[in-house]
Design a protein around this ligand. Structure first.
Ligand SMILES: [Zn+2]
Length: 208
C-alpha cells in the first residue's frame, strides 16, 4: 500500500478545473464517479498553497481520465492545468514575480534564464516536498529536471507512456515566461512506467 502523501491544494484544484473546462461538467462527473472521488463534485479543494490535498487523488484522476479519453486527451487537459498553475503563481505574487522577471532580463542568454528560473522552482519544490525531491541538471545541450517521488503520477503503475503532463505544462509556461520562446520539453522517464524517477528533458534550443 502506497503511503499517503500531501500536496498543495492548488495542484488538485487546477487539475479538477482543467478537466471540467475541457470535458464539461458531465465529463468531470463521469471521471469522479469512476474513480470514487465524488466528494469533489461541485466541491473543489480551495485554490491555495496549503499542503492538505492527497497526491493519490491526482493519481486516481489522471488514471481515470486516461481510461476514459486516452493519453492524448489527458495530455491536453493536464498541460492546460500546468499552464494555469504557473500563471496563478504570477498573479498571486506579482511583486515577487516582477522582481524576478527584472532579474531574469538582466541575464544575457536563455540558458542562464532557464537555469535561474528552474533553479528557483526546484528550490521551492524541495522546500515543500523535502531536500531530495527535485534536481535540476545542466546538460551540454539543455537541462533535465528529475523528480524523485513525483506527485503527478502518484500511485499509477503499468503505463506504456509517461503521464506527468501537468509538470510539462508548468515547465513550458515557466520557460516561456522567462525567455519568451517555446522550448520543447519531453518526459523521458516516468514512475508510472516503472522508472525510479520522473525525468523531464528541456531542449537546448527553442522551437523554430
Ligand atoms: Zn511523474
Amino acid at each position: 500500500m502506497l503511503e499517503s502523501r500531501k500536496i498543495p491544494n492548488s495542484f488538485l484544484h487546477f487539475t479538477l478545473r482543467a478537466i471540467h473546462d475541457i470535458m464539461g461538467g458531465n465529463g468531470l462527473n463521469s471521471i469522479l464517479n469512476m474513480t470514487g472521488l465524488s466528494k469533489f463534485r461541485d466541491n473543489f479543494p480551495p485554490n491555495n498553497e496549503e499542503i492538505e490535498s492527497e497526491a493519490a487523488d491526482i493519481g486516481r484522476l489522471v488514471k481515470g481520465a486516461m481510461d476514459l479519453i486516452g493519453q492524448n486527451g489527458v495530455k491536453a487537459i493536464l498541460k492546460n492545468a500546468g499552464h494555469r498553475g504557473y500563471r496563478m503563481s504570477l498573479d498571486e505574487n506579482p511583486e515577487l514575480m516582477n522582481a524576478m522577471a527584472a532579474e531574469l532580463k538582466k541575464l544575457p542568454t536563455d540558458r542562464e534564464r532557464i537555469a535561474s528560473l528552474m533553479g528557483a522552482i526546484t528550490y521551492d519544490s524541495n522546500r515543500i516536498f523535502g531536500e531530495q525531491h527535485q534536481e535540476l541538471v545542466a546538460l551540454e545541450d539543455g537541462f533535465e529536471v528529475r523528480i524523485a517521488e513525483c506527485e503527478w503520477c502518484w500511485g499509477i503503475t503499468g503505463m506504456g507512456g509517461p503521464v506527468c503532463f501537468a509538470e510539462l505544462g508548468l515547465e513550458e509556461e515557466a520557460i516561456f515566461w522567462a525567455t519568451e520562446k517555446h522550448y520543447d520539453i519531453t518526459e523521458i522517464a516516468c514512475r508510472a512506467m516503472g522508472a525510479e524517477r520522473c525525468i523531464f528533458r528541456i531542449a537546448g534550443r527553442p522551437r523554430d
